[in-house]
Design a protein around this ligand. Structure first.
Ligand code: IVH
Length: 702
């Protein structure tokens, strides 16, 4: 982008500007504005693209302040590409949906040399053997972005969205300094272009940000990918600017000349040329990272090198992308509905780390299930420090032969919950001790029970204090009654203070007593009251979910809520009737039947009703906006990266599909994200179930 001579020139220019008095007339202002912009643009590139500043923060700020001052004195000199325009633009009310000119497809995945050889064979069949060359580059683990330039000016930035429609995040993208506000595409005869890339947070920046949050007592971020994608959708762009985002641009989506012709394949003949061009234009494009190879064994060697050095690379990457270099050949191969045929992702294996199992704690959940939790010597893995891992149940411990003092292998794919993949038995000293699974509840000491055929030990004492606490925490949680202002820690405090003893107490709180508690003010008490009152009018499915009936999550609760006028109607239902409900199998039927045939639960519902909580079905059912999914049934499993579980479920319903809660022959589609486990295995064994990924699901609903 800048030659050594130019670099010297801009550095000298910066020093000269800082040493001279600010412009006092129009002519001097004209010149100084232009010099300041050149200088700041250079320093932005130095710092945000090259990662190394050549002036102090103080000097940079002085240059910036001068530019702002002159633009304020001479408003006619303001331009949309001035660095001052990166300053936060206030609040975005709502992100407007925008259509991508060219759909943003996803990539097919590969995991080993065989997969890549198949990919190579497919391509050779399509385009012949002549002149095949692959670009191999990192697959950046962030949030996709598409940025449009018209007549050299950045005019729009959008998220990927469903690949067809994204969200307009232009204001937020402008605060990302590695995205040039002006780039001279015109030098290459390009009047309009869209560049695509990934918004990421450098590992070092991410770690610092979390460190600061820890000091301030704020919740730390889980991983850089989710933090980046969350930040892009923040309404306050000043806050976006604080999240340390940067954009790596890995592709030109399209480039058009003044006659409307495609430049890719003509002016720019290869992907690599595009990357070099992007780099020259000031983008953070992976020129240095790309390897160019004619054969798959060479590609595999390059990928292997990267997998080895991935931890030393400053940005999180989750694999490599292999792309056919020649644009004309790319165009010949075309794309499927989901992905281009000319590119493929190679996914790295889950990251592993080793640590020592120091002790095991036994936690009691709201259903009384006792879960062993391994406390390990804290170990960094895939961006977070891990110190606690669920061991699921006694059988898991026995099967993996896990002992206290063992060196354990911890795995974590992306942001999937960490788990113990195994034990290193070769380093055992004999001092390791067996894990003693308690036979009494760690909270209330009552004898634990393990029903026939189950793997989990339970505390069946309904008065057990930890269970009570967990039940209330579940009741108020987001996916259940979603009571604003009543989070886990507050519930714990209220229960410790005796302000809440049982569920119904939520709706008969002594607000004066709360006001007298340390840290509570009239305003926070009023907010809490608003949140609690609002929850009284929630739809019935929320209450059914909140009751914590075993095997009933939000999906089944929604199905059940539609079947009755009031929750109390279930008192008169038989197990057979319950089984006739779509989705409800014997286990669920038994659990619902038992719940509604337990006196205490009926009393609770009556009490809640008396306190004003809605226990009836409201008539506004989801009316599908269209029939794209036409009665097909869906289930989501694993980690979802493109949408939340709630959003996914809403999408299914809005498009005329239905949700079911387990894998069975009634299931049409299992949408599996990374880390999918037993549901995926089961679905693969059923010929009628189609397993698809999130992108394919989005494709289905267009
Ligand atoms: S090329 C037509 N190259 O990976 C497909 N994608 O499903 C164009 N990604 O969300 C994608 N690094 O945002 C490409 N070097 C790279 C990439 C990359 C990360 C992301 C991309 C997309 C996902 C692929």
């Amino acid at each position: 982008m800048y030659t050594a001579a130019q670099e010297r020139e801009y550095l000298d220019l910066s020093h000269r500007l800082l040493a001279s008095p600010i412009a006092q007339n129009q002519e001097a202002a004209d010149k100084e504005v232009s010099d300041l912009r050149d200088a700041i643009k250079y320093h932005d590139w130095r710092y945000y693209v090259q990662s190394e500043a050549v002036v102090s923060d103080y000097d940079y700020d002085q240059l910036f302040k001068r530019l702002k001052q002159i633009e304020a004195n001479y408003p006619a000199l303001q331009t949309p590409d001035s660095p001052t325009q990166r300053v936060a633009q206030g609040l975005t009310e709502e992100f407007v949906a925008v259509e991508h000119n060219l759909p943003m497809l996803s990539l097919d995945n590969s995991y080993n040399e065989e997969d890549l050889t198949e990919f190579d064979n497919r391509l050779r069949k399509l385009v012949g053997n002549e002149g095949i060359e692959y670009c191999v580059e990192p697959k950046f683990d962030g949030s996709s972005i598409a940025i449009v330039y018209e007549n050299d000016l950045m005019v729009r930035a959008a998220t990927r969205g469903d690949g067809v429609m994204g969200e307009d995040i232009t204001n937020n993208a402008k605060v990302i300094k590695s995205i040039p506000l002006r780039a001279e595409f015109s030098k290459y005869g390009i009047v309009k272009a869209e560049v695509r890339g990934e918004v990421v947070i450098r590992n070092e920046v991410f770690a610092e940000m979390n460190e600061k949050r820890r000091e301030q007592g704020l919740k730390t971020f889980q991983n850089s990918r989710n933090t980046a994608s969350g930040a892009l959708r923040l309404k306050d762009s000043a806050e976006v600017a604080r999240r340390g985002l940067e954009a790596v641009i890995y592709q030109i989506g399209y480039a058009i000349d003044k006659d409307g012709n495609n430049v890719l394949g003509r002016g720019l003949k290869t992907h690599f040329e595009s990357i070099e061009t992007l780099h020259k234009l000031g983008f953070n494009a992976p020129v240095k990272e790309i390897g160019l190879y004619p054969t798959i064994p060479q590609v595999v060697a390059h990928v292997g090198n990267w997998e080895e050095k991935r931890n030393a690379y400053p940005i999180e990457i989750d694999g490599m992308v292999i792309k056919l270099n020649d644009y004309q050949k790319q165009q010949e191969t075309g794309s499927t509905a989901h992905h281009p045929r000319w590119a493929i992702a190679f996914k790295f294996k889950a990251r592993q780390a080793q640590s020592i199992l120091e002790r095991v704690e036994f936690q009691v959940g709201r259903t009384g299930a006792v879960t062993p939790v391994a406390k390990i010597t804290p170990v960094p893995l895939a961006g977070v420090t891990i110190s606690s891992i669920s061991l699921h149940n006694e059988d898991f411990i026995l099967e993996k032969d896990i002992k206290i003092g063992d060196t354990v292998v911890v795995e974590r794919a992306g942001d999937v919950i960490p788990y113990i993949a195994g034990v290193v038995t070769t380093t055992r000293t004999g001092a390791e001790t067996a894990i003693d699974f308690p036979r009494e509840c760690p909270s209330c000491n009552s004898t634990l029970v393990k029903p026939e055929g189950e793997a989990i030990w339970r505390c069946v004492n309904i008065e057990c204090p930890v269970q009570q606490e967990e039940r209330v925490i579940h009741f108020v949680s987001k996916g259940a009654m979603d009571i604003d202002g009543l989070g886990k820690d507050i519930v714990k405090r209220f229960m410790a203070e005796g302000i809440i003893n049982q569920l119904e107490d939520i709706y008969q709180l002594d607000y004066d007593r709360i006001l007298a508690l340390e840290g509570w003010k009239a305003k926070s008490v009023a907010n809490l009251k608003v949140g609690i009152e609002a929850s009284k009018n929630h739809p019935l499915w929320r209450l059914i979910t909140a009751l914590g009936i075993r095997h009933i999550g939000a999906t089944t609760a929604k199905v059940l809520a539609k079947k009755v006028g009031s929750a109390l109607d279930f008192e008169n239902w038989t197990q057979e009737q319950l089984m006739e409900v779509d989705e409800v199998g014997p286990k669920v039927a038994e659990s619902v039947y038992e719940f509604f045939h337990t006196e205490a639960n009926i009393e609770l519902l009556k009490k809640l009703k008396e306190l004003g909580v809605n226990i009836e079905t409201q008539l506004e059912e989801v009316v599908p906006a269209n029939n794209k999914l036409d009665g097909k049934s869906f289930l989501f499993t694993g980690t979802l990266t493109k949408f939340t579980r709630d959003e996914a479920q809403a999408l299914v319903e809005q498009n005329g599909g239905k949700l079911i809660s387990g894998v069975s022959k009634n299931l049409d589609y299992l949408v599996a994200g990374p880390g999918a486990g037993s549901k995926l295995t089961k679905a693969q064994s059923l010929p009628t179930v189609q397993v698809i990924d999130e992108d394919a699901f989005l494709e289905m609903i267009g």
